[in-house]
Design a protein around this ligand. Structure first.
Ligand code: GPQ
Length: 838
C-alpha cells in the first residue's frame, strides 16, 4: 500500500512538522506538557520519577525528528549500510547520553532547575538498559555510539529481552540473583506493531521437481512465532545523524492464542502456547565466556537472526537491484558466533526462496559477512549438537552439511595429502553426538575474521584457527583493537576532568578526535594544572567513598590508595589472585610493629562483578572477598591501612562512578586468556594507573603510554603452555607466600575453611590451570612497587597526565573507522549543513 502523502497536501505537513524544543522555555513547556497530558499528573504530583519521564519524553521528541530524517536521508542516498548483529547491547542509561549528543544538556539543566529539579537526580532515576553480560555487550554499545557519531549508516540488531542481566544482591556474603524487569517504563523504545515477521521452527523439509523440472526445496509444518520490532534511536555526538537499534520481541502468531481451545474450556493449553512463544525473548542468558548449548538459546539465535535478515533483505529488494549488488549495499558484522546462523539463513533465502544457484548465492554470502572473535577459551566456543539442531532447524542443517561438503572439497584439492586436516577443520565434529562448530562455520562464511587486540588476533591465527589461515590465506584474518566511547567514558562519567581538558585544549573537540589529548603532555610539570588534576581525582574518590558508605556501611578514607578490580567474576580474570594478595597484605600488616605500620601506604581494595548463576567457583570467590572484608574491616590493628570492599550489582551506571575514582585498577588475567579487555582503557583514560599482565589490550596500552607508566608483571602468553605442562607432570611447587595465605584460610581466619576448599585445591591439587601460584610472587612484588610509587604523589600525578595524553588510540571512533575501511567498505553519510541543529 502506498502510504506517502500526495504532493498537494505536503505543504500542510511541512507547516506543522514536529520541532521539539530549541531553547530553555520551550523545553520547560514540553516537560510540563508531558507531565500534564502524557503522564496525566500535575505540579502537585510530580516526583523525580515523573520528572525523569517527562524530561525523557521531551528529549525523545527531538531525537525522533532527527532520527526520521536520518533514515530518510539514508534511504534516499541508497548507499551501503552496516548491520551489527549482537545478542547483547549493554547500553546503560540513555538520558544523559541523549542530552549530551544532541547538545541539549545545558538547556535541560537550566530548564529542570526552573522546574524545581537537579539534573543529576533526574538522570539517576533511569533504570539501566542491561541487555548484556560484560565486555562483549558493552563493546556493541560503544560501537553504536561511534557509528552514529561518525555518520556511518548503521543499524544494530538484537533481542528485546524482558529481563536483562540479573541484579546482584549480597546476602551474608553470598551472591543472590534478582530478576531485572526493566520495561515498566521505557521512553527510549518505539514498538513497531506493523513490523512483524513470522519465524518458523521444527517441521519438515520436502524436495520435489516443479512443473519446469527444477528441484524445489520447501520447509514447512512446525511452530510459527512472531517477531515484533522495537526501535531505539541512537544519537551521534554533535551531529544530527541518529541511527537505529532494532530489537525483536517474540509473541504468539495470530491464531496461536487459540480461541477455540479457549472457548471450549481448554484455557491452559491456549495460554501455554502463548507463553511458549513469549519465552523466546524473555531472558538474557547470564553466562560470560561460556557456552551451555541450551535449546532455548538456539531458538533465540535463530529467531533474532531470521527476523533481522528478513528485514535486511526486504530493504534491499525495495531498491530493485540485482542480487550480485547485495554486498555493495549490505555489510553484516557478526558479534561473536552467536549470529552465525545468519550465514546459513541468507544462503537459504537466496537458494530456496529466490532461486539462485548455490555458487552465486554463496559468493554473495561470503562477501556480506564479517566475523569478530572475542575469546580463545575452549569452553566459550559455541557448538550445537546435531540432533538438537536437526529437530529445530532441519533445512538449515542440510545447508550446513552442503557448505561443509563444498568447503572440505576445496581443502582436499588444495592439500591432497593431508587426510587429518579434513577432520580437524570440518564444521562437523565427529563426536558422540556430532557437534556443529560455529566458529568454523563463521570463518568459512565470512570474508574477514578479526580478533579484538593484537595479541589476541595473533593467537587465533597461531592456535585455534591456524589451519584456516593456511586454507584461506592470511589476508582473511585481521586485527581491530577494541576501543571505548570518550563521550560516556570521559565526559559523562568524569565531567570535571573533561572540563579541565577542554579548558586546556580549546574546547570539547577531543571528544570527537581523542588524539587531541596529546596536547596535555605539555602540562605534565605544570604545578597549577597538576593541582587541579589531583583535586578532581580526589573529588571522584570522595564520590565513590560516599557510595561505599551508603551501600556497604563501611567508611573508607579517600586519601588512601584506591585499588579497583571490577569485571565479571571468572577464574581466568583471577579475582582469586587479587584477594589472596589482599590476605597476604593483611598478614603482613598483622606481623608489623606499630612503627613499621606507620610507613605503610593505606589502601582500599575494591571489587565488583557478577558471577554466572551456575558458576560455583566464581560464587566462592565472591564469598571469600566478603569474608575477608568482614574480618579485615573490623580489625583494630589494621584501621585505615587496609579496607576490603565488595560493591554489589556492578553495572554500567555504577561503572560511571567507579572508573573515575581509581588510583590503580587490576587487569590481571592469565596471559593469553583475556582477548582485549576494555575497562583497562576506561580506567587509564580517567587518570588511573593499572597493574596488569602482558595480556590483551594491556600490551598496546603499554606501547602507547610507555612502560614507565604501567605496572606489568607475570609470565608471558608464550610460556603458559609449558608451565601448565610442568604442573601436570612435575611437582607443583607452591609459592611460599601463597602457602602462608592458604595456611591462614585453612586456620579458619576468614570463617569456615571448608567453604573455600575448592578455591585452594584448584591451585594445590588440580594443576593450577590459571597459573596463580606461578605469578603470585611477581604480583606481590609489583604491588609493593605500586605502594612505593604512590608515596611520590607528584610523580604519580605526572604519570597519570602523561598516560591520559597518550590514550587517543583507544577511542571506539578509531576502531569503527578501521572496521569501516578494512572490513565493511562503507563511507560516512554526512548530513547537509542546513540539517544540523534545528
Ligand atoms: N567477552 Cl566470548 C565477553 O564479554 N563475553 C564473552 O562471552 C566473550 C568475550 C569479552 C572478552 O572477554 C574481552 O576480553 C573483550 O574485551 C570483550 O569481549 C570485547 O571484545
Amino acid at each position: 500500500v502506498e502510504a506517502s502523502i500526495p504532493e498537494p497536501q505536503r505543504e500542510a505537513w511541512k507547516k506543522f512538522q514536529a520541532k521539539g524544543f530549541t531553547n530553555k522555555e520551550e523545553f520547560e513547556r514540553e516537560v510540563v506538557r508531558h507531565v500534564e497530558t502524557t503522564l496525566a499528573r500535575s505540579m502537585f504530583n510530580c516526583d523525580e520519577t515523573a520528572a525523569y519521564a517527562a524530561a525523557s519524553l521531551a528529549l525523545r521528541d527531538r531525537l525522533i525528528t532527527q532520527w526520521n530524517r536520518t533514515q530518510q536521508r539514508q534511504t534516499f542516498a541508497d548507499g551501503k549500510r552496516v548491520y551489527y548483529l549482537s545478542l547483547e547491547f549493554l547500553m546503560g542509561r540513555a538520558l544523559d547520553n541523549a542530552m549530551l549528543n544532541i547538545g541539549a544538556k545545558d538547556i535541560a539543566k537550566d530548564g529542570l532547575a526552573d522546574l524545581g529539579f537537579r539534573i543529576e537526580d533526574i538522570i539517576s532515576q533511569e533504570h539501566d538498559a542491561a541487555l548484556g553480560n560484560g565486555g562483549l555487550g558493552r563493546l556493541a554499545a560503544c560501537f553504536l555510539d561511534s557509528m552514529a557519531s561518525l555518520n556511518i549508516p548503521a543499524w544494530g540488531y538484537g533481542l528485546r529481552y524482558r529481563y536483562g542481566i540479573f541484579k546482584q544482591e549480597i546476602v551474608d556474603g553470598y551472591q543472590v540473583e534478582v530478576p531485572d524487569y526493566w520495561l515498566d517504563f521505557n521512553p527510549w523504545e518505539f514498538p513497531r506493531h506493523d513490523i512483524v515477521v513470522d519465524i518458523q521452527f521444527y517441521g519438515n523439509v520436502r524436495k520435489y521437481q516443479n512443473e519446469q523440472g527444477k528441484n524445489v526445496i520447501t520447509w514447512d509444518g512446525g511452530e510459527v512465532v512472531q517477531a515484533v520490532a522495537y526501535d531505539v534511536p541512537i544519537p551521534g555526538y554533535d551531529t544530527v545523524s541518529t541511527n537505529n537499534m532494532r530489537l525483536w520481541s517474540s509473541k504468539a502468531a495470530s491464531g496461536e492464542f487459540d480461541f477455540q481451545k479457549f472457548n471450549s474450556g481448554d484455557y491452559e493449553s491456549s495460554v501455554a502456547d502463548q507463553q511458549r512463544a513469549e519465552t523466546i525473548s524473555a531472558v538474557l542468558y547470564p553466562n560470560d565466556n561460556l557456552d551451555r548449548g541450551k535449546e532455548l538459546r538456539l531458538k533465540q539465535q535463530y529467531f533474532w537472526v531470521a527476523a533481522s535478515l528478513y528485514d535486511i533483505v526486504r530493504r534491499f529488494k525495495k531498491s530493485k537491484r540485482a542480487w550480485v549488488e547485495f554486498s555493495d549495499q549490505v555489510a553484516i558484522q557478526l558479534n561473536d558466533t552467536h549470529p552465525t546462523l545468519a550465514i546459513v539463513e541468507l544462503q537459504r533465502i537466496l537458494i530456496d526462496l529466490e532461486g539462485l544457484e548455490w555458487d552465486e548465492a554463496w559468493s554473495i554470502v561470503t562477501k556480506t559477512f564479517g566475523y569478530t572473535n572475542h575469546t580463545v577459551l575452549p569452553e566459550a566456543l559455541e557448538k550445537w549438537s546435531v540432533p538438537l539442531f536437526q529437530n529445530l532447524l532441519p533445512r538449515h542443517l542440510q545447508i550446513i552439511y552442503d557448505i561443509n561438503l563444498y568447503f572440505l572439497q576445496t581443502v582436499e584439492r588444495k592439500f591432497p595429502k593431508e587426510r587429518e586436516l579434513l577432520g580437524r577443520v570440518s564444521i562437523i565434529e565427529e563426536s558422540q553426538p556430532k557437534m556443529i562448530r560455529m566458529a568454523y562455520l563463521a570463518i568459512v562464511g565470512s570474508h574477514k575474521v578479526n580478533g579484538v587486540a593484537e595479541l589476541h588476533s595473533d593467537l587465533i591465527k597461531t592456535t585455534i584457527f591456524k589451519d584456516f589461515v593456511r586454507i584461506f590465506g592470511p589476508d582473511n584474518f585481521t586485527n581491530v583493537t577494541n576501543g571505548i566511547t570518550p563521550r560516556r567514558w570521559l565526559h559523562q562519567a568524569n565531567p570535571r576532568l573533561s572540563e579541565l581538558i577542554a579548558s586546556k585544549t580549546g574546547g570539547l573537540d577531543f571528544l570527537k578526535d581523542l588524539n587531541i589529548l596529546n596536547e596535555l603532555e605539555k602540562f605534565v610539570d605544570d604545578k597549577e594544572f597538576k593541582k587541579e588534576w589531583a583535586e578532581i581525582k580526589y573529588a571522584n574518590k570522595v564520590r565513590l567513598a560516599k557510595h561505599i558508605k551508603t551501600t556497604t556501611g563501611v567508611t573508607v578514607n579517600p586519601s588512601a590508595l584506591f585499588d579497583i578490580q571490577v569485571k565479571r567474576i571468572h577464574e581466568y580474570k583471577r579475582q582469586q589472585m587479587n584477594i589472596f594478595g589482599v590476605i597476604h597484605r593483611y598478614l603482613t600488616i598483622k606481623a608489623m610493629t606499630p612503627e613499621e605500620r606507620k610507613k605503610l601506604a593505606p589502601r582500599v581494595s575494591i571489587f565488583g562483578g557478577k558471577a554466572a548463576p551456575g558458576y560455583w567457583m566464581a560464587k566462592t570467590i565472591i564469598h571469600l572477598i566478603n569474608q575477608v572484608g568482614s574480618v579485615v574491616n573490623n580489625d583494630k590493628d589494621v584501621g585505615d591501612l587496609l579496607k576490603v570492599i565488595f560493591l554489589e550489582d556492578y553495572n554500567v551506571s555504577k561503572a560511571e562512578i567507579i572508573v573515575p575514582a581509581s588510583d590503580i585498577s587490576e587487569h590481571i588475567s592469565t596471559a593469553g586468556t583475556e582477548a582485549s579487555g576494555t575497562s583497562n582503557m576506561k580506567f587509564v583514560l580517567n587518570g588511573g594507573l593499572i597493574i596488569g599482565t602482558c595480556d590483551g589490550a594491556n600490551i598496546e596500552i603499554t606501547r602507547e603510554i610507555g612502560e614507565n607508566n604501567i605496572f606489568l608483571f607475570g609470565n608471558l602468553a608464550e610460556d603458559v603452555e609449558d608451565l601448565r605442562h610442568a604442573h601436570t607432570y612435575g611437582a607443583h611447587n607452591l609459592d611460599p607466600d601463597l602457602a602462608k595465605v592458604f595456611d591462614a584460610i585453612k586456620a579458619n581466619t576468614f570463617g569456615d575453611a571448608g567453604s573455600f576448599g575448592a578455591l585452594v585445591s584448584a591451585i594445590e591439587d588440580h594443576g593450577d590451570y590459571y597459573l596463580v601460584s606461578d605469578d603470585f610472587h611477581s604480583y606481590i612484588q609489583t604491588q609493593a612497587l605500586v605502594d612505593e610509587a604512590y608515596k611520590d604523589q607528584d610523580e604519580w600525578v605526572s604519570k597519570t597526565i602523561l598516560s591520559v595524553s597518550r590514550m587517543g588510540f583507544f577511542s571506539s571512533d578509531r576502531c569503527i573507522n578501521e572496521y569501516a575501511e578494512t572490513i565493511w567498505n562503507v563511507e560516512p553519510l554526512v548530513p547537509e549543513p542546513q540539517e544540523r541543529n534545528g
